[in-house]
Design a protein around this ligand. Structure first.
Ligand SMILES: CC1=C(CCC(=O)O)c2cc3nc(cc4[nH]c(cc5[nH]c(cc1n2)c(C)c5CCC(=O)O)c(CCC(=O)O)c4C)C(CCC(=O)O)=C3C
Ligand SMILES: [Fe+2]
Length: 337
């Protein structure tokens, strides 16, 4: 029998690619999610302030090209498709295209390294919402994979190699991730996974330089509790605690690629917080640009392509994605105002 047609689907968030996309994109992101209109208008202005587009879609296309090249070097030719939750190319359109191309088996790779509703369960729900006519296997959150850890470590090592040495008494180091509602965090492994990536990075830094986890991009209803501290608040607090502070370093470990929330909430808001105290500010690159990250994806695809279970390569993944995992902490949709 002929080998079934196989392909990869890179499943991501989507991002606006011009000012006209911003408002319909934001409505897609927040449909049924209980995000107040005022928050949405603020975020729309932030997108427009940075040109009305986000690099995320383009960076995802670049990642797909690099993964394809890397697989090709290992003698594996597989089509890699791209489908998004909130913007073109929409997941449903991509799934239709895959069916038209005769795909019979696909490995689905959600573009998030960590467990959370938005980063894991919701990607599975998105797929269930499509007319999928082929067999699929979805990769679980892969932040605990040794090559993911190595990729984050190489981001920090490259920085340390090119910048002045870190003086722990005058430097504050933060790792950031997207804030999520505490109710969601309680139903998944998000904070523990982030914490173990921080531990790996800590080992690279001078032994007395602490690395603190902070959160960014809080959304939702202000009355709902979300993970804290916010990165800007954390910068202010560390200056108040240490008037000798001179330098702030931010490592956005929660994201694979630079996107609007990295470019605005870190490069503008967090930088302003640091500069308001006269502090130097460096924001490190996201992990998607490293060769180790592409190597991790390549190895996972090769395992799948030779009939193995790629999720068995991710330490601890057997405990993820059970029935109650990553449930949404979003409030119910209001029926009246
Ligand atoms: C955990 C997580 C990730 C990481 C996992 C992953 O990568 O998937 C992530 C990524 C992203 N979040 C993004 C953008 C937005 N997220 C929003 C709102 C929300 N994010 C949430 C969580 C997360 N978000 C949550 C709990 C909400 C509240 C609404 C809800 O409960 O669903 C809103 C609404 C406006 C606002 O209030 O900020 C926007 C515009 C972009 C694309 C940016 C670009 O265009 O470049 C990316 C990659
Ligand atoms: Fe988000």
């Amino acid at each position: 029998m002929a080998r079934p047609e196989r392909g990869i689907l890179w499943q991501s968030f989507g991002s606006p690619e011009g000012p006209d996309d911003v408002w319909p994109f934001l409505q897609n992101v927040t449909r049924g999610r209980g995000v107040p209109e005022a928050r949405l208008r603020l975020v729309a202005d932030q997108y427009l302030a940075t040109g009305g587009s986000s690099p995320l879609n383009a960076l995802n296309r670049d990642l797909i090209r690099r993964l394809g090249d890397s697989l090709g070097e290992r003698g594996v030719e597989l089509p890699i498709y791209f489908g998004n939750r909130n913007w073109h190319p929409y997941l449903a359109d991509t799934v239709d295209e895959m069916a038209r191309d005769g795909i019979q088996e696909a490995l689905i790779i959600p573009s998030s390294a960590y467990s959370s509703y938005s980063g894991c369960r919701q990607y599975r729900e998105d797929l269930i919402g499509c007319q999928v006519t082929f067999d699929t296997q979805t990769l679980k959150p892969f932040s605990q994979h040794p090559l993911f850890m190595a990729a984050e470590a190489s981001v920090v090592a490259s920085y340390l190699a090119t910048r002045p040495p870190i003086d722990a008494s005058t430097t504050a180091i933060f790792a950031t991730a997207h804030s999520i509602p505490t109710a969601t965090a309680d139903s998944c492994d998000y904070q523990r996974q982030l914490g173990s990536v921080c531990e790996v990075l800590r080992a690279l830094l001078p032994s007395d330089a602490p690395i603190e986890l902070a959160y960014q991009s809080r959304s939702g209803d202000p009355r709902t509790p979300w993970l804290t501290p916010d990165i800007a608040d954390a910068i202010h607090a560390s200056f108040e605690a240490n008037p000798n502070l001179r330098r702030v370093i931010v490592i956005p470990i929660g994201f694979i690629s630079d996107h609007q929330e990295v470019l605005y909430d870190l490069d503008i808001l967090a930088r302003n917080a640091a500069q308001s105290h006269g502090l130097g500010f460096d924001r490190l690159p996201t992990v998607g640009g490293t060769s180790e990250f592409i190597e991790m994806l390549t190895e996972l695809v090769l395992v799948w392509n030779s009939g193995g279970d790629p999720n068995s390569e991710i330490p601890g993944a057997e405990h993820l994605c059970h029935d109650g995992c990553c449930l949404s902490g979003a409030p119910p949709i209001p029926t009246s105002r």
